[in-house]
Write a protein that binds this ligand. Structure first.
Ligand code: IPE
Ligand code: IPE
Ligand code: MG
Length: 243
């Protein structure tokens, strides 16, 4: 594929991408910000700042490629166990991300959505998220799903309760009670930073997702690395239990 604005090795690699074999939904566990900063003798939060820039680039390239859904793990339920200052910084970074990115998202036809228990977030952040979701609601090019205060088990429990209320115990009924029932399961899940685990992300949805793990730390994950992951995905044979 020819992608406008791509240069050098990334543009070279992109030529090998086949439009019809691209994933429809990519999910990413954006990990390694802290280690990226530590390696440079910087405070961990500097890594988060750089990580936000990486996300911007990945969103932009996803839109250009015609990927329809991008889910990014921004803050897990377990991340509340981090030092108060780091949590405050991450909440502040989310506020800044929304403020800076929403106009661009709106302009580029990107619809913002969130998965997670928002009611446990600071009140003003909840409002800002709602505002951003509303402002971008007409976007049709790409859905950017930020998983914030998200946990896969919490989502499963929530859906199980919804299903019980409904009195319908089918997989379809279960799905209707997920945070975002209209979103198809991810085709590809990328985790950066060399950790080979799921960390309570999208447990139900990844039943048949292709998994891609890279040692690259999230702030270093650039267009080239993203295209490498997509090329790897294109080489996989998805069988879904068939022969
Ligand atoms: C991922 O980077 C970002 C969040 C979890 C918010 P980390 O902060 O987990 O970075 P490492 O894993 O400590 O390097
Ligand atoms: C997963 O990364 C959560 C996010 C990327 C937001 P963590 O760094 O929190 O995961 P563990 O603790 O290494 O499993
Ligand atoms: Mg981590």
């Amino acid at each position: 594929m020819e992608i406008e604005g791509l240069k050098g090795k990334a543009a070279e690699l992109a030529k090998e991408l086949r439009k019809e074999k691209l994933p429809k939904h990519v999910a990413v566990i954006m990990d390694g910000n802290g280690r990226w900063a530590k390696k440079r003798g910087l405070p961990r939060v500097k890594g988060h700042e750089r990580g936000a820039k990486t996300l911007r680039k990945v969103v932009e390239l996803s839109a250009k490629l015609g990927i329809k859904y991008l889910t990014a793990f921004a803050f897990s339920k377990e991340n509340w166990k981090r030092p108060r200052e780091e949590i405050d910084f991450l909440m502040g970074l989310l506020r800044r991300y929304l403020k800076n990115e929403v106009p661009t998202l709106e302009k580029n036809g990107i619809k913002l959505e969130v998965a997670g228990d928002l009611e446990e977030l600071p009140g003003d952040l909840q409002e800002k998220i709602k505002g951003a979701v509303e402002r971008t609601s007409s976007g049709e090019r790409l859905e950017l799903i930020l998983a914030i205060n998200y946990g896969g088990r919490a989502e499963i429990l929530r859906a199980a309760k919804g299903m019980a209320r409904e009195g319908n115990f089918s997989q379809e009924a279960f799905r209707r009670h997920l945070y975002l029932p209209h979103v198809p399961d991810p085709d590809l899940l990328i985790r950066t930073s060399g950790e080979i685990r799921i960390s309570n992300f999208l447990l139900w949805q990844i039943a048949y997702t292709e998994l891609y793990f890279t040692p690259v730390l999230w702030p270093d994950f650039n267009e080239r690395e993203y295209i490498k992951a997509l090329l790897d995905y294109q080489r996989r044979e998805r069988r879904f239990g068939r022969v």
